[in-house]
Write a new protein. Sequence first.
Length: 156
Amino acid sequence: MIRRSVTRLSFTGVPSGVKSGDETRFLPGTIPPISKNFFLDRPAAVAKDYGLAGACMSVGLASVIHELGLDARATLRPELLGGQDPSEFGVLAVKVGDLRQLQRGDKEPRPQGVMAAPMPREPWHGVVFDLTDEERATSTRRAMVKVAYWEIPLLG
């Protein structure tokens, strides 16, 4: 149900307080490196709402955002962030073609699918899911890091 070819996705909700097993720390005023922990799945129970069998990630479809005359900042409205301060979040972008051709570090193909899943307050909402029907492994999330870039940088 994607209106036109989607070329980019926006991943919103990367809080500056993200802590990982690596205990990632950000220096004040610097843009942190993109972490595999920024690509976390929603539980399989949530994925069932979208007709998917496994876990999925929520994303913003850049083509829809732009069709609405908006930019990525629209995904950072406080009411969409549970009232949290938008300055505590950043937006990552990934080209859909890169996700469809994703490979782990060992060159094992891990193609990702993208599907529009509009929500009342987020008409640009979509989901990314693993086309191999396997759980998205840490190595797959590391591969996503390599193709992602900051659309709205998260400042430490």
